[in-house]
Design a protein around this ligand. Sequence first.
Ligand code: GDP
Length: 196
Amino acid sequence: GLCQQASFLISAAKVDQCPDDSGYEVAFAGRSNAGKSSALNTLTHANLARTSKTPGRTQLLNFFRLDDERRLVDLPGYGYAKVPIPLKQHWQHHLEAYLGSRESLVGVILMMDIRHPLTEFDRMMLDWSVASGMPLHILLTKADKLAYGAAKNALLKVRQELRKGWGESVSVQLFSAPKRQGIDEAHTVLARWLEL
Ligand code: GDP
């Protein structure tokens, strides 16, 4: 599949350093430590995103090429407690600038740790996606940390909260990088958004 040919394209510290805004782009978002890098690596069968990162480096938007007109973008992780306020504001500013202006953006994959779903950051992303009509799909990561029944219950509970708070347009699934669980389901969403 196309995701197997993913390769690093460019890091952008600002929106004006992003690659040409043409074709199709899917963004990966999540609170720091939610499992975003692991999910990106698992879904692309590559080692695109470092799984151990230092806060200072994660302010960049990292673009990965799938083909001439399709890209994935790793949005800055959010929520490191140790990061000073000005850097947080810097992240938020560039994140908002990217989300608000990117014509080629066709959808957002949001990673949430199944044990700590719907953080303040997640709610902000959900509010934005519903307000702007941007498709959003949630991976409940680290599903392997819970027993099967507990994971299913967590999924149903989150789905219920999503319906109540953000309507029917947001979808959600279980995901585990080490167990390679939920890959096909996530690929189906990516293929639909990227018109593959
Ligand atoms: P990021 O900060 O959102 O990019 O998170 P990472 O992908 O770097 O993951 C943070 C930590 O959670 C690392 O120690 C990963 O090994 C671990 N992790 C990520 N995904 C999973 C998963 O699906 N299952 C388990 N058990 N651990 C995971």
